[in-house]
Ligand binder design. Structure first.
Ligand code: TXA
Ligand code: MG
Length: 315
């Protein structure tokens, strides 16, 4: 059974050693907790897919501690440089063409010529990446298709019985609470493959080019319809709880509910609370989770993206 260990100098050194041995380490970031392994080691990467029960065609993000390390692995475009200057370290993942010397294994990129790269802003996360000394492949540390973890305790609940998981580094609650914005930065215009807290407007300001979203056919492999799902069914745009519902309110809608993403209607607070509240609603007695309307603007776009998948028909 993996243990939760506070992130401090000694435990970070120990975690770096575990990664070098091909074991897995769960660690915090500002978005969600990640399940990390050496991205250059196919055995470590295979352990990640096995622990999550993840379809092997779904490529992983490689995490590094600096922009210069990122651009050793992926060919920087002008657009990527602008975005990296403005939003790295931070909750943004860039898709770039792999460099010829990129040591990340094909299993981590699912055999694509491109690579997903992220420099997280949480200080302890970057100390962990320095201790690892290699690119760390890390999807969210949950079983495939389930709610992403925003606290060390959530990781323990999801993956605590995984033999390959050497340790869970406790880095506190994830401040942002939603996965990074994924941007394909290879072409003429940025393409948002997954919305997040780096918004369309922020990307347009940084690059001077209005981002697009992919057509149905060229969607990011991870954008499966049902995802982020609690075990109970989820209904959206609920104005009040029906019989047997556990209500999650937002602003004045569902004021009487115990769970409210943000009583003041603040989308940043709502994003940070989202996965934790979905988990606690799922653990309560009741048939269904009903969620109050969320405005589809700014960070609300990313929140609704996740909620629609949580509410989608299950495979
Ligand atoms: O905030 C985050 O991004 C978290 C933390 C741990 O960093 N990680 C995360 O990883 O959400 P994951 O594996 O759950 O999501 C990675 C997304 C998937 O939708 C995947 O399909 C996409 O990135 N992706 C990875 N490599 C890609 C590539 N080469 N081309 C297009 N999409 C890619
Ligand atoms: Mg995920």
């Amino acid at each position: 059974m993996a243990k939760i260990t506070p992130a401090h100098h000694d435990s970070l050194t120990e975690a770096g050693g575990a990664i070098a041995k091909g074991q897995l380490v769960a660690f915090g970031t500002e978005t969600v907790y990640g399940l990390g392994g050496d991205a250059t080691n196919p055995i470590a990467v295979a352990k990640i897919y096995a622990a999550k029960g993840r379809p092997a065609f779904n490529p992983l993000i490689s995490h590094i501690d600096s922009t210069s390390h990122a651009f050793d692995l992926g060919e920087p475009t002008l657009m990527a440089q602008q975005l990296a200057d403005d939003y790295w370290p931070g909750p943004m993942t860039l898709i770039l063409n792999k460099t010829p010397k990129c040591p990340v294994h094909d299993l981590a990129t699912a055999g694509l010529d491109s690579i997903a790269l992220r420099v997280p802003s949480k200080k302890e996360a970057r100390l962990f990446l320095q201790a690892a000394g290699c690119p760390v492949a890390a999807p969210s540390a949950n079983r495939s298709g389930r709610i992403s973890p925003t606290r060390a305790q959530h990781v323990l609940e999801e993956l605590g019985d995984c033999d390959d998981l050497a340790m869970i580094l406790d880095m506190g609650a994830a401040e942002e609470g939603l996965e990074s914005t994924v941007i394909d930065a290879r072409g003429d215009a940025p393409v948002i493959l997954r919305p997040g807290s780096i918004t369309t407007t922020m990307i347009a300001c940084s690059t001077g080019v209005m981002p697009t979203t992919p057509g149905k056919d060229i969607i990011s492999p991870g954008q499966l319809a049902s995802h982020y799902a609690p075990s109970k069914p989820v209904v959206l745009d609920a104005l009040a709880a029906q019989d047997g519902d556990i209500m999650i309110g937002f602003g004045t809608h569902g004021r009487e509910a115990v769970l409210n993403l943000s009583t003041t209607g603040d989308l940043t607070e709502a994003a940070a609370n989202l996965y934790d509240m979905l988990r606690s609603a799922d653990a309560q007695a009741g048939k269904r989770i009903a969620i109050a309307p969320i405005p589809e603007e700014g960070l609300g776009i990313a929140i609704l993206d996740r909620l629609r998948r949580a509410a989608a028909d299950r495979p």
